[in-house]
Design a protein around this ligand. Sequence first.
Ligand code: 8X3
Length: 251
Amino acid sequence: MEKRTAVVTGASSGIGAATARRLASEGYRVVLTARRTERITALADELAAAGHEAQAQVLDVTDRDAVRAFATDLGVCHVLVNNAGGALGADPVAEGDPEDWRRMYEVNVIGVLHMTQALLPALRASGDGTVVVISSTAGQAVYEGGGGYVAAKHGAHVLAETLRLELCGEPVRVIEIAPGMVRTDEFALNRFGGDPARAADVYRGVAEPLTAEDVADTVGWAVTRPSHVNVDLLIVRPRAQASNTKVHREL
Ligand code: 8X3
């Protein structure tokens, strides 16, 4: 039997890479997309060597033409995992850089829009499609210094909620996974312009932040539920984090 195809954006590291691995182990043919060729090629090779079907495709989700061309070449798609995203800065609104805000909206919202629009015909045609949006707890509530990231992730949340309404009656589910504190190699580093000390401070004293694998586990679980079951929104945080602003730190 032909394998079902899952596309994962931002598959070069962190949650995206872990999700690609997880979906491959669930029996999907995985298409890894990201901007960094070497990383996704290495991961696709690793998965293929382990007996999975995987391919890498360089893609910038903010480039609408490239995304459309990708979708045309791909043809078949059963699952789209919109994972590409990220934060830039943690300045108060009074001092936030509008360019950071624009960039975050581009990748966290418009990127999801491009991918979803381009792959919807294939997802519909599959007869049993799933759109996953990896948003964030930043899409559920605000926090000081969250500024542009919180605004963008609220945008991603609204996109998912609206899309679910609009697709009701069609064979396509819309699943939103909203992770809280996840320690990955790059999220906090990217947010703080590559400053390792500021990045490390995010997780300071937190016994066990979530891992990329923890989040991939929720994606793997949600997409493998029977077709009639739609996990609308799954908020997942480490036990030490009760809200965006209430984190237990052992110092
Ligand atoms: C990441 C969660 O708390 O850094 O999406 O906004 S947070």
